[in-house]
Design a protein. Structure first.
Length: 232
């Protein structure tokens, strides 16, 4: 069905040596009528996909939000800033997060993590605290496919390279708007530039070994966090 509607590259080779089109040549392009698991092309579960790419001064290169099942696709709230997953989790468990807060978990990106750690513990704790529909979470790390709520990951540029997420201060106003595809730090351009001038990079978590080497070589998450930059 995807091939017929032009969403697969039929000439791409598969591991068998056949093209995608050759592998699918005997597969029907419409689902059987006697089942309700696979939807027909004109009857999708949602009118659009479950991921949205957000941009704004907080994610110039983009960020990823999962929007399926989200009751409130936008929030403007107060920034609560944490420099690691562990700091964020401790605050949630200590009941220091309130409805209307927008949680920032930074220095967890490809270089800062290093390796874009998955923010499964904080996102799960938010649900456990009953805050899933009333707070937002923004991170330069990544999150699980099972995450629920207004969660934004893969923010680029990341904090470790001086991206805007590194310049957010406790109490700032932040807007997440999945409908408008917007991720915005609501401060003046003058204030943002001043913070950028005064920003200093943090000491890397690892300076030797494979993680230290990875952190030095890895590119932005917007480029796939690859280490071979010649590809781009």
């Amino acid at each position: 069905m995807l091939l017929v509607h032009g969403l697969l590259h039929g000439d791409a080779l598969t591991i068998s040596g056949q093209t995608v089109a050759e592998v699918l040549k005997d597969v029907p392009d419409t689902p059987p009528a006697n089942q309700d698991v696979i939807r027909t092309w004109d009857h999708p579960v949602y009118p659009e996909g479950h991921l949205a790419i957000l941009k704004g001064n907080l994610a110039i290169e983009g960020a990823v939000a999962k929007i399926s099942g989200v009751k409130k696709p936008s929030i403007t709230g107060t920034a609560r800033v944490f420099e690691s997953e562990e700091e964020c989790l401790a605050a949630i468990l200590a009941k220091k997060i309130n409805p209307g807060d927008v949680i920032i978990v930074r220095y967890e990106g490809p270089r800062g993590g290093p390796g874009m750690r998955e923010m499964l513990a904080p996102t799960s704790a938010i649900i456990g605290a009953g805050l899933g529909d009333s707070v937002g979470l923004i991170t330069d790390g990544r999150f699980s496919g099972g995450t629920y709520g207004l969660v934004v990951g893969h923010v680029a540029p990341e904090a470790a390279v001086g991206g805007t997420i590194a310049l957010v201060e406790e109490g700032d106003s932040i807007t997440i708007d999945a409908t408008q595809r917007l991720l915005q730090l609501n401060i003046s351009e003058e204030e943002l530039n001043l913070r950028r001038v005064n920003w200093q990079p943090r000491t890397p978590r690892y300076t030797k070994g494979i993680l230290g080497k990875y952190a030095k070589l890895v590119s932005s998450s917007s480029l796939g966090a690859v280490t071979d930059r010649d590809l781009f």
